[in-house]
Write a protein that binds this ligand. Structure first.
Ligand code: MG
Length: 385
């Protein structure tokens, strides 16, 4: 056996190791602009690396998940959220003999299109763009990887593989996009479904963790949520008396484990029953083949509802998001009214993308702290309406 594991060796290993319903890198539908293969890495490994080396990826560090970045050093931001999600996506993919590289590429890319200030920022841009083509973070992520990253001489964007783009886009209505969109009529491959579930498992758990540590969530009231109570009781039985911070961490560990294990077991049973012959069998399935068991699905839904009411709508969180919405809206108006204030590379895109879309791309790409600094610099405290 050769000491060298190159792309050809990886492709052979995939044939041995992956399930028939997984996406083998050699079977990819390819890139929009054809490129020669890399000697060492498969196409999906290369996609993952392109995402990781992008500017948009580095900016995730300074974008809000729930808590704005300057509130404390231990809360999640969009970068640590993405890394936690990617780790869970790899675990799910590996357990189901899926293509771990593709699941990882989709998971690392999934939030690149998020605005500053979390969903508050997305709400503002969706409102401002209502009559002008709309705004949605999945679609914006596709704009980032297809158009906005500027690293290559012969194409715009990162020129990712079809399946990575398909996983980023998920479902959704048609919209104007200058690059051919992946087909959205069926289900996404299981690697993309894994990234999607991993996202949900990651944010549910780290928001619980951050919410409890910040004091915004009340640990006694949280016991009313059946899934949390069960997992918490189990954890106490396992570790006995422990400091509160260890109890909390271990309850989160138990909950992540429970959710991931349930997901892969329930999905394996569904795959055994449906036995799709290949990835197109997964795409054509009437429903997503990757799902939790009905009991955990219900429990997770209740837990997310609880977070929605008690954390995402907590007055302390809403106060920061109200301010964020005001800042972003003013910034967008100022730039639309005075395009000479824009960097030259943004104005250079007016012809191709239209002024409104180019300005929106620019604002959407900002980190929280850059948006705040630009707002201060451009408004100087003046009323801009
Ligand atoms: Mg996410």
């Amino acid at each position: 056996m050769s000491a060298l594991r190159d792309r050809v060796a990886f492709a052979a290993e995939e044939r041995e190791r992956l399930a028939p319903w997984a996406v083998a890198s050699a079977a990819s539908r390819g890139r929009v602009v054809p490129e020669p293969e890399h000697p060492l890495r498969t196409g999906f490994q290369r996609d993952r690396d392109r995402v990781l080396h992008s500017r948009a990826f580095r900016r995730l560090e300074y974008k809000t998940q729930v808590f704005v970045h300057h509130e404390g050093d231990h809360y999640r931001n969009r970068l640590t959220h993405t890394l936690e999600g990617a780790q869970i996506a790899r675990t799910i993919a590996r357990a189901l003999r899926l293509n771990e590289d593709l699941a990882e590429a989709v998971a690392l890319a999934h939030d690149l299109g998020h605005t500053p200030f979390g969903h508050a920022g997305e709400r503002v841009l969706a409102r401002l763009l209502r009559a002008d083509g709309g705004f949605d973070h999945n679609r914006q992520t596709l704009r980032v990887v297809d158009l906005l990253e500027d690293r290559y001489p012969t194409f715009r964007g990162l020129n990712l593989s079809y399946e990575t783009r398909e996983g980023i886009l998920k479902h959704g209505v048609a919209f104007a996009h200058p690059v051919t969109l992946p087909d959205r009529s069926g289900q996404t491959p299981l690697e993309a479904q894994a990234a999607d579930h991993a996202d949900e498992i990651a944010y549910t758990n780290h928001d619980l963790d951050d919410g409890l540590r910040s004091g915004l969530l009340d640990p006694t009231a949280l016991e009313e949520v059946p899934l949390w109570r069960r997992v918490h009781e189990e954890t106490r039985a396992r570790i006995g008396d422990a400091p509160e911070s260890v109890q909390r961490a271990q309850t989160i560990v138990t909950l992540i484990n429970r959710l991931v294990t349930d997901l892969v077991e329930a999905t394996a049973a569904r795959l055994d029953a449906a036995s799709p012959r290949d990835v197109d069998g997964v795409r054509r399935a009437g429903d997503r083949l990757m799902r939790h068991s009905p009991a955990i699905e219900r429990g997770l839904h209740e837990l997310k509802e609880y977070l929605y009411r008690n954390l995402y709508h907590h007055p302390a969180v809403l106060a920061t998001t109200d301010e964020a919405e005001r800042v972003l809206e003013e910034l967008w108006h100022v730039l639309c009214n005075a395009p000479d204030k824009l960097p030259v590379q943004v104005r250079a895109r007016f012809d191709e993308d239209g002024a409104t879309r180019a300005i929106t791309d620019y604002v959407a790409g900002m980190t929280d702290r850059f948006a705040l600094a630009e707002h201060r610099r451009l408004t100087d405290g003046r009323d801009v309406h």
